[in-house]
Design a protein around this ligand. Structure first.
Ligand SMILES: [Zn+2]
Length: 353
């Protein structure tokens, strides 16, 4: 029989679900919260901020994205921060005329963002409480994967663990200092999850092939949180799948009841059954996927060399912010102005030929 318990789907409690405080007391104190029944897991999906931010549309990677805005910071899918210099309020030009000079800040999706030499540099804010969460999470990553974590000395690209209003991270190496925020309620498991984002992992339910494994019940999702359940491609990001199918045990996977508005599941398996969120550690699928992303070379040195992608004529790809068609070993882009027109990539900018 499925074990259930009462909790309240107020996000602040979702974040503090692992605390000893009894949610029933909170309910009686405030009298305002709706109790709902959810499945037995104590672990909750990560949130950058317990409050729902100002839900707004911005442009990122040439696509319109729904994000939450908190005082100038943009949060995507609950706990993913978008680098501010890659976000704009206006549509951004992504293909330039031959002689045009692109602006200094271009809004593109991350096509790489890997940490060179499989090494993540990090520093921990002196005021962060329970630093053991960070050390334990790092030790877990180092034990299980090819990735090394080295305390930063003078390196310019590094992860900075700092307290905040929730648990959050950027996706991949952004360049410069990039925060992972850990509120007091964030567990070691949440820290492992946020490090997963920082090394380049999307949420597992954001896979492009996820509809083979799960059904998203959009009617049960809290208003304003629907965008947390889109695939990375639907939201205009690039990415790739490093394992053959969706892993329900992934530490990057939401649970069936994550962000439910009504106690009904937001994500179910194809047979309609539910599953629990897992935040104990990396699953074997997580380890396989990460080690495919960050292979270990036989020479003893780790390497970030990834195989050259093979582009198939007749297929479309999301590359450097735009969807392009591969044809006759060249790239074509469709615009209202020109229809299909050949484009070439110079540096990280697309130009019309
Ligand atoms: Zn996350």
């Amino acid at each position: 029989m499925k074990r259930t318990k009462l909790i309240y789907l107020l996000p602040v409690l979702a974040l503090t679900a692992s605390c000893s405080k009894d949610p029933v007391e909170d309910y009686e104190e405030t009298g305002a919260l709706e109790p709902v029944e959810i499945s037995s897991s104590d672990e909750m999906a990560e949130l950058a901020n317990p409050a729902l931010g100002n839900v707004t549309e911005v442009y990122f990677a040439g696509q319109q994205l729904t994000v939450e805005e908190f005082g100038g910071e943009y949060i995507y899918q609950g706990d993913i921060m978008l680098a501010p210099d890659m976000v704009s309020q206006e549509p951004v030009k992504l293909v330039y005329e031959k002689d045009e000079t692109p602006p200094a800040n271009k809004s593109v999706g991350r096509t790489s963002g890997r940490w060179p030499n499989n090494t993540v540099y990090y520093a921990i804010d002196a005021n962060l409480d329970n630093k053991a969460r960070v050390y334990d999470a790092i030790a877990h990553w180092e034990n299980k994967t090819n990735i090394d974590f080295v305390e930063r000395t003078t390196q310019s690209n590094y992860v900075y663990f700092v307290s905040g209003s929730g648990c959050s991270s950027y996706i991949g190496m952004t360049g410069g200092k990039q925060n992972i925020t850990l509120a007091s309620a964030c567990t070691t498991g949440n820290a492992i999850h946020e490090i997963g984002h920082a090394i380049g992992l999307w949420h597992e339910q954001s896979r492009v092939d996820r509809d083979n494994s799960i059904t998203i019940n959009y009617n049960n999702i809290q208003s304003g949180r629907e965008h947390n359940f889109k695939t990375y491609a639907e939201q205009g990001y690039d990415g790739d799948e490093y394992t053959s199918s969706l892993d329900f045990g992934s530490i990057m996977m939401y649970g069936s009841y994550s962000f439910s508005s009504n106690g009904q599941p937001t994500i179910v398996k194809k047979d309609g059954s539910t599953f629990n969120i897992q935040r104990n550690g990396l699953s074997s699928g997580d380890v396989t996927g990460v080690n495919n992303m960050y292979p270990y070379s036989s020479s003893g040195n780790t390497t970030t060399t990834t195989p050259e992608p093979i582009y198939v004529n007749g297929e479309t790809y999301l590359l450097y912010g735009i969807w392009v068609l591969r044809k006759n070993d060249s790239w074509f882009f469709y615009s209202r102005t020109y229809g299909w027109k050949e484009v070439i990539l110079r540096g990280s900018y697309w130009y019309y030929r």
